[in-house]
Write a protein of this length. Structure first.
Length: 288
């Protein structure tokens, strides 16, 4: 279907994003959701979420624990919680599955269901249609999207490459994403202006694990357009396109599986990125 694809790819290069409805089957979506349910059922609350604070020093250790937990999550399957859902002993104040904001960052490498989706023939085929020669998978996340809004950002702020333009997000709706439950919003064409802000690893000994260099410009709300998509839909996201999601004001959840791919050919991955490949998990090739 090379011919029907080209107008779509033109659209992607023009806008910086592309929605492909019903890219994955309902069965594929449900298999990811039930796999996550069993992962959550077996989850142990990480130690840094379980300490009762007493002194300032212990609070700092706690913060250090959280940042280490995050910084070293690139080659593991780890749990990130909403604020205020655990007491100081690590007990849940609300149902477990509602307490997690996301699971990252190596489901694509270590979980058979998510690995199969990430490397599925249709994803590989899409990579080839996009002209990717040596795509590697750098990270994946399962996002529960409870309440919070996600402020406008560019993925390349967090996943920096030289040159830019080598990061591509694959965003899969495991349930309908609507304006009520927090679908994505984009500024079409905003992927052509480079980036103004970077998140980098802080110098060792700093109180935070990462810091931001540069600043996020003030975006005009009127420039954003919503991109609702049905269950099974795939949104391709250029690494520099500006996007956000509003808070989920509905009763329904909005589960998503997302992963990022980098064209490794002629590309340098920034040593300052929070996420780094490890000897245990070098970035795997998308093509199998």
């Amino acid at each position: 279907s090379g011919e029907e694809q080209s107008p779509r790819l033109f659209q992607f290069h023009k806008d910086g994003f592309l929605a492909l409805e019903q890219y994955f089957s309902a069965e594929e979506c449900d298999s990811m959701r039930s796999q996550i349910q069993s992962i959550v059922a077996e989850m142990e609350v990480p130690p840094h979420c379980r300490t009762a604070f007493s002194t300032r020093e212990e609070e700092q250790l706690q913060a250090q624990g959280s940042s280490d937990y995050f910084l070293t999550s690139g080659d593991k399957i780890r749990f990130f919680f909403e604020k205020g859902v655990l007491d100081e002993k690590g007990n849940f104040l609300i149902p477990k599955e509602k307490s997690i904001s996301k699971i990252g960052h190596a489901l694509h490498a270590y979980d058979p269901v998510f690995k199969q989706i990430t490397h599925s023939p249709k994803v590989q085929e899409l990579g080839r249609k996009l002209g990717l020669e040596r795509p590697v998978v750098v990270q994946s996340m399962y996002i529960f999207k409870s309440l919070l809004a996600v402020t406008p950002h560019q993925d390349a702020t967090f996943l920096h490459t030289e040159p830019l333009g080598r990061i591509l997000g694959f965003w899969i709706a495991l349930e309908d994403a609507t304006q009520e439950n927090g679908c994505l919003w984009f500024i079409p064409g905003s992927h052509t202006n480079g980036i103004t802000r970077r998140m980098v690893r802080a110098a060792s000994g700093a109180s935070t694990c990462v810091e931001f260099v540069g600043s996020e410009p003030a975006y005009d709300d009127k420039q954003f357009i919503p991109l609702p998509i049905s269950k099974g839909g795939l949104i391709l996201i250029h690494g520099e396109v500006v996007h956000k999601s509003e808070l989920n004001s509905s009763e329904s959840s909005r589960h998503v599986f997302t992963f990022h791919v980098m064209e490794a050919k002629g590309t340098t991955w920034s040593k300052e990125n929070w996420l780094q490949p490890t000897p245990e998990l070098p970035f795997p090739s998308l093509y199998t």
